[in-house]
Design a protein. Structure first.
Length: 282
């Protein structure tokens, strides 16, 4: 991932607001254990992946991310091949101070919090980001008081998102890190194109440790387990008539049709097309 540019706005020497430009495609692997964040796709589209799954993010959409491990993938939407995102760190003492000032008590919410909440396109969010761009271009005019007010404005905008009870509960748990077993992480990403090393990132482990711990849950190595689960899903989908073989391969995370056909035949003795035909003749 190559930086073109990075602009910062600080609050009392703490880096809070980031305007970053990368060359497409870009991937960010982060362990956010001390400060969750809000990420906004200014001129980009992609996804935010957590231990529990992936959240697609289109241009001018954002995602609220609690403390934890994430992999963000971004692609350009403009011909210049640049990815532009805005990242806002939600620093604990500042956010808790904001909660007290707006008389927000998220403890009243009984909804289950999410690791990631998507903020879809809306005019208020767009205007907020436009105002930040002005300050990024003129950082010398940004006082600590102004930086604090911009962070407070973001919190107020988040509280206007749909499913407010879930949003409030998630805000309550912003700084609480959830634990997931290696088996849960694998199950949550069976049909995503992540390497074992990237799956290990979600667990904050080395690849070797991740593989060793996975053996406590399955007699199969993690790669073989994932392959078998994908092939099982493909076999079940081939019995239906509404999807083509190519669509089924893609749905089961096989990007190469020839590889899909090869490994399917190795396991079931027939190519996907031959298997489908045999099922229809039964």
């Amino acid at each position: 991932m190559n930086f073109f540019d990075a602009q910062l706005i600080r609050y009392k020497n703490q880096e809070v607001f980031f305007h970053m430009t990368f060359r497409s495609p870009a991937r960010m692997e982060d362990h956010m254990y001390d400060a969750p964040c809000f990420i906004y796709a200014l001129n980009a589209e992609g996804s935010v992946a957590s231990p529990v799954g992936q959240t697609p993010v289109q241009q001018e959409e954002g995602a609220l991310m609690r403390c934890g491990s994430y992999i963000n993938k971004w692609s350009a939407v403009q011909p210049d091949g640049k990815v532009e995102i805005i990242v806002i760190k939600l620093i604990a003492d500042l956010v808790l101070k904001i909660f007290s000032e707006i008389e927000f008590d998220p403890r009243k919410s009984i909804q289950k919090p999410l690791l990631t909440i998507k903020a879809q396109q809306n005019l208020l969010l767009q205007r907020y980001m436009e105002s930040l761009l002005f300050y990024f271009r003129n950082p010398t005019i940004v006082t600590d008081d102004l930086a604090y007010l911009k962070l407070k404005e973001l919190v107020l905008l988040l509280l206007q998102l749909p499913d407010q009870d879930v949003v409030k509960s998630t805000l309550l748990h912003l700084f609480r890190q959830e634990q997931f077993t290696v088996f849960q992480i694998v199950e949550n990403h069976l049909f995503d194109n992540f390497t074992v090393e990237q799956l290990a990132h979600f667990a904050h482990m080395s690849k070797a440790t991740f593989r060793r711990k996975f053996k406590q849950h399955s007699s199969l190595p993690v790669q073989k387990y994932i392959l078998n689960r994908r092939l099982e899903k493909a076999k079940n989908l081939l019995k239906a008539k509404h999807k083509s073989v190519a669509e089924i391969g893609t749905a089961c995370a096989f990007s190469d049709p020839n590889y899909f056909s090869k490994v399917f035949k190795q396991k079931y003795g027939k190519t996907p097309r031959a298997y489908r035909l045999a099922e229809r003749l039964k």
